[in-house]
Write a protein that binds this ligand. Sequence first.
Ligand SMILES: O=C(O)[C@@H](CO)OP(=O)(O)O
Length: 232
Amino acid sequence: MSKLILIRHGQSLWNAQNKFTGWVDVPLSERGRAEATIASCKLREKHYQVDVCFTSLLMRAMETAIVTLTECDEICGEKTPIIQHAADDPNWHGWDKYEGDHTQELPIFPASDLDERYYGKLQGLNKAETAAKYGKEQVHIWRRSYDTPPPGGESLEDTKTRVLPFLRDRILAHIKNGETVLVAAHGNSLRSIIMDLDDLSPEEVPKLELATGVPIVYEFDSETKVIDKVLL
Ligand SMILES: O=C(O)[C@@H](CO)OP(=O)(O)O
C-alpha cells in the first residue's frame, strides 16, 4: 500500500525565538534535531520503509529529512540516502557523474516548490511584537487566511499554486507506483498539500495547525485515493 509521510521540519532557531521565517534559511535548534530523531524512531516502530524523499531547498527541511532517514536507518532498508541536486549549474560535478549501483540509493530530491510561504516584509520580525504593533487580528489574517498575503509576501493560495503541480507531477507519481514517500517541508507548503488531500475549504484551512517534527501518514489505494490518515 502506498504511503505519503509528511513532516514539518523540527523546531528551527527562529521558531524558538518566535520570528517570522519564510524563505530565510535558518537551521534547526537542538530541540528541532531531537524532534527529527523521535520522528525517525516512530517510523521505525511502525516498520515503514521509505523509497524516495522530497524536501524544500531550505536547510531546516533538509536537516529534518536527513536526521529522520539516518537516525533509525532501518527505514531506508539497506539503501543510502543521497541528495540529488538539480544539475543546472555548468560547474556542477555531482551525483549525475557517478555511475555506481543506483539500486542501493534512496534519492532525496530538494525542490524550491516545497519552500515555506514567502513572508515578505515580516521575515525576521518577532511575531508577538508584530501583533502588538498591527493588532492580533490583522496578524492572524496574515498568518492563517487563505488569500490575504502578508505585506510583500505570498498568501497561502499563492503557495498552494506552486506546491500542487509538484504534488501531482512529482510526489503522486511515486504514490501511483506503490512507493512510500517522505516529504520534509514547512507549515504552509504542507498546509497546501493537506488542504488538497483532505479537501479543506478556504474557510476550514485557517484552523489547521501543524506541529514541528510530527509525521503525518497518508495511505492510498491503487487509484491514488486517500484511504487512511494518522498522526504519529
Ligand atoms: O515563520 C514562518 O515561516 C511560519 C512557520 O514557522 O510561520 P507561521 O506559523 O506564521 O506561518
